[in-house]
Structure formats: C-alpha cells, structure tokens
Ligand binder design. Sequence first.
Ligand SMILES: Nc1ncnc2c1ncn2[C@@H]1O[C@H](COP(=O)(O)OP(=O)(O)OP(=O)(O)O)[C@@H](O)[C@H]1O
Ligand SMILES: [Mg+2]
Length: 243
Amino acid sequence: MHAQHDSLAVALPRATGTATHMAMPALPSPRTLEDRRLIHRNDSVRAQADAFRDLRTQLLALSDQRNFVTLVVPVTAGCGGSFVARNLALAFAFDESKMAVLLDCDVLYPSQRAAFGVDAAHCGLVDYLEDEGRQLSEIQYDTGIPRLRVVPSGTRRESTGEHFSSVRARTMIDSLRSTSPGVYPILDSPPALTSPDARILADLSDFVVLVAGYGRTTQEQIDKAMANFSAEKVAGIVFNNRV
Ligand SMILES: Nc1ncnc2c1ncn2[C@@H]1O[C@H](COP(=O)(O)OP(=O)(O)OP(=O)(O)O)[C@@H](O)[C@H]1O
Ligand SMILES: [Mg+2]
C-alpha cells in the first residue's frame, strides 16, 4: 500500500486540515493492468500501446505546442469510449514530461473508478461542482501509475448538464490545465447520441475524439454524432474493435 514510486500525485489535506488521501496505492503489476485492459510498457501489449501512443502523437501534432483538453466521446453506449479515454490518458502518462488527469464525466454509467481500482471514498466531480467549499485536490485520486490521476464522477445524479455548463466547471478545467504546461486533462464523456452532456462537455474541451464500434456503428450514427460538435474541434474518429 505504501510503495515508493515516482508518482507526481500528492495527497493534499483539506482546507480544514483533515487528510483526504492517506495512502498511495502501489504501482499495479503488468498482469493487473492487462486484466483491466490497461496498456503498459511490456511487449505483451505492444500493438495496442503503440496505437494509443500514435493517437497521442496525432493530438500533439494538432496542438500548437500548448497543453490541451481532450474529450473522448462514444457515438453510442458500449463503443468503448471509456476504454479509449483511459488508455489515451496512460499514453500521455508514459511520457515523463507529461501528466494526465482523467475525468469521468459519465455520471449515470461511470467506469474509471473501477477500472483503476481507485478507492474514491471521499467525493468526485459532481460533488466538487456542487459544493464551492471543496478543493480540486480532493477529487484527484492517485492511481499508483506515475503521472496519472483519476477524477471519479462522484455521487450519481440524473441531471448534470447545469453542472458541466457552470462557471465552476470552466474554472476547474482552466486550473487543471494551468497547473503545469505538462498536464493534459482527458474527459470521458457519455455517448453523443443519447446524452446532451457530450455537447456541453465539448465547450470545455479543445479537441473531440469520437469512438465508434468497429463493425457496429453505422455511418449514419457517426454523421449524427459529428453534427453535435463544431468541425474544427473534432480531431478524428477511433474505430474500436472490442472483442
Ligand atoms: N478494444 C478493446 N479491447 C479489449 N477490451 C475492450 C476494448 N474496448 C472495450 N473493452 C472492454 O470492454 C469493457 C467496456 O468498455 P468501456 O469501459 O469503454 O465501457 P463503456 O463505458 O460502457 O463504453 P462507452 O464509454 O463506449 O459507453 C471494458 O471492460 C473494456 O476494458
Ligand atoms: Mg463510458
């Protein structure tokens, strides 16, 4: 539980003085990562890791040397949007000059807390957006993976649009991005065709990466999903072959 490694994530106390994140999770083994369908540096997942590195490189090439916010959006539920978001975040974290913060913005069907085995005992994104008294440091959880932090979605809500369109959400993204020029926030969105939040979250983002299910999403669905976003924000489409 208390293994030493070179994570940049620091457990910060609340303003009240109560420590929120007492223990640093241990670095997960390659086997654990593989079981969770998370990329790592060993040869066994090289092809998949290279695909995510390539996606990262393509985004960096679009970015004008500045750090940026990426929204990863599945066209419909189950395309693997969350899988792409978390592995893209890992690809950023592979680079020692960068750090990724993965925000789970799918409040109805969250997945990142479980995918990383994060013990989010305290609170998450929507709790922070609702409560002005909460600090941003409280909702960023260490994953045990160097340079990767996760923000879980928080307490389940039926409606979240007003949270994501709030001034507090904008300020939060700006402060995440400006913490350091090496920080890359990645937002895991609910599906474009079934949630109005995808479009709202795009307003907080510099790039949109759409995720289609290979052999499962139709061209018509892709076109409809695309129409939700301004063309200059859409960086591209990932066809995810979920076996
Ligand atoms: N290309 C893939 N290879 C292996 N496993 C995958 C792949 N794509 C998705 N999965 C697995 O399928 C499961 C569901 O994927 P994910 O976590 O993205 O679900 P989701 O959030 O329901 O999907 P979406 O975000 O598209 O609605 C996860 O266990 C994930 O690891
Ligand atoms: Mg998802």
